[in-house]
Design a protein around this ligand. Structure first.
Ligand code: IMP
Length: 431
């Protein structure tokens, strides 16, 4: 019987999941994405070459693995084709044998992207800081039951009709919202006919595919995008993305029952970052922020935006343990802390004169929480290149063990650099 592992972000995204998935893919047969879209960005370094993927699981970089885009994902066909072409150009194999897309995944259309940008403008100072990729509006249409799914790419005649109808409807919103003309329906239809032809061979019932694979003893890796605190239900609403980023999303976003998901692994940085707006209790002041940002290369893989940086937040991490049911933690970017004299982590919040140890998800309440920090001395030793846990400096091991003690979850993998090889694997979740 194969083993299954779910990887989720335990913070606000950008935890380094791409690299962890890349490492664990060695032991999986199939990698499946279950939510989000090209708002995600995975940077993987292979043989000194940087590969940035937004939609396709990084498992595509491995020979003989199948990558699946599950029904919970919102697919921008233009981006998907661009990504496929980029990989082909680099010499990777991408075809219907190793990349399949759920017929039930929703399509992102040009009007979603435009609505995303226009709505952000209207929000003014209350903007969310979205990636502008049309993610929210595409999920809105899904829930409003007027979205267009990948299956429709298999029926061009019906697709044309649907597009005509939905573009006319959306154009009336644009007119009302901006006074400007909307999209040229013929142009969009022409583009989507081309995308349909190109992507049709990849589209199928991926729930059946995974079920059969599981029955044949294959191991599945479920690849989460974004992070727990950006979850539409459990994140810092409304400063969240529009999908369920928590482990439960791996079931609904793939058509695999929750009892079959296997080991749930949460990925956290050794500190914290956030992109876009919203409360961030452990955020550092501008000077310290800049230092950590430069050291950690903390700029968005998708938008290039500088990330806000802060100390590791144990209150938030314990929350991620609870809502995901985490069996294990992966700690990334430990090496970014190598030069620091002192390292802090937040163990509780102070709120209205009292102490809080349960993470409040109301943005307004969270914005009033002040971190209560525990400070430890830094190890001031280079950790990148370390292969064995026991070779880490004692103070680095103490930091990791403190995280384990405070969260009650073991750290099974420690990442100490950007390269695939710069990782200490203490326990493989597939074994
Ligand atoms: P959206 O997903 O583009 O709608 O953006 C909503 C919020 O989620 C914004 O604060 C984004 O910065 C954030 N977000 C979306 N995708 C990612 C990601 O992959 N990493 C980090 N933040 C993200």
């Amino acid at each position: 019987m194969g083993k299954n592992v779910v990887i989720v972000g335990a913070q606000w995204g950008d935890e380094g999941k791409g690299k962890v998935v890349d490492i664990l893919t060695e032991d999986a047969d199939i990698v499946i994405r279950f939510q989000g879209g090209n708002n995600a960005g995975h940077t993987v370094i292979v043989d000194d070459k940087k590969v940035v993927l937004h939609l396709i699981p990084s498992g595509i970089l491995h020979e003989e693995k199948t990558c699946v885009i599950g029904n919970g994902v919102v697919v921008d066909p233009e981006c998907l084709i661009e990504e496929i072409d980029g990989l082909l150009k680099e010499g990777y194999t991408v075809n219907e044998q190793n990349l399949i897309v759920s017929k039930d995944a929703q399509l992102i259309l040009p009007y979603h992207k435009r609505l995303d940008i226009e709505k952000e403008k209207l929000r003014g100072t209350h903007k969310i800081g979205t990636t502008g990729r049309g993610i929210g509006p595409a999920y809105e249409d899904k829930v409003a039951r007027c979205g267009i799914r990948c299956a429709e790419l298999l029926n061009p005649t019906a697709l044309k009709e649907k597009l005509k109808h939905s573009i006319a409807e959306k154009n009336s919103y644009f007119k009302a919202l901006t006074g400007e003309a909307g999209l040229d329906a013929d142009e969009v239809i022409e583009d989507y006919m081309r995308y349909a032809k190109r992507l049709a061979p990849l589209i199928r019932d991926t729930s059946i595919y995974i079920d059969k694979a599981m029955k044949n003893g294959k191991s599945i890796l479920f690849e989460g995008a974004q992070g727990t605190l950006l979850d539409i239900d459990h994140g810092t609403y409304p400063y969240v993305t529009s999908s369920n980023t928590v482990s439960g999303g791996a079931a609904t976003g793939t058509g695999v029952g929750p009892t079959r998901l296997g080991t749930i692994v949460g990925v956290t940085k050794a500190y914290a970052t956030r992109v876009g707006e919203g409360p961030f209790p452990t955020e550092l002041d501008e000077e310290e922020n800049a230092a950590l940002r430069e050291h950690g290369g903390e700029y968005g893989a998708t938008t290039g935006r500088p990330r806000r940086c802060g100390w590791l937040d144990i209150v938030a991490l314990k929350y991620a343990v609870r809502v995901n049911g985490l069996d294990a933690l992966v700690l990334t970017k430990l090496d970014v802390l190598d030069n620091l004299d002192e390292i802090s982590l937040c163990t509780e919040y102070e709120l209205d004169g009292g102490k809080v140890s349960d993470f409040p998800t109301e943005a307004e309440v969270l914005s009033r929480c002040k971190p209560i920090l525990k400070t430890v001395s830094g190890w001031k030793t280079k950790t990148s290149g370390t292969k064995d846990y026991n070779e880490l400096p004692d103070k680095a091991k103490s930091y990791i063990e403190l995280i384990e003690k405070l969260t009650g979850v073991e750290v099974i993998l420690v990442s100490v650099g950007a390269a695939r090889s710069e990782a200490i694997i203490r326990k493989n979740p597939f074994s």
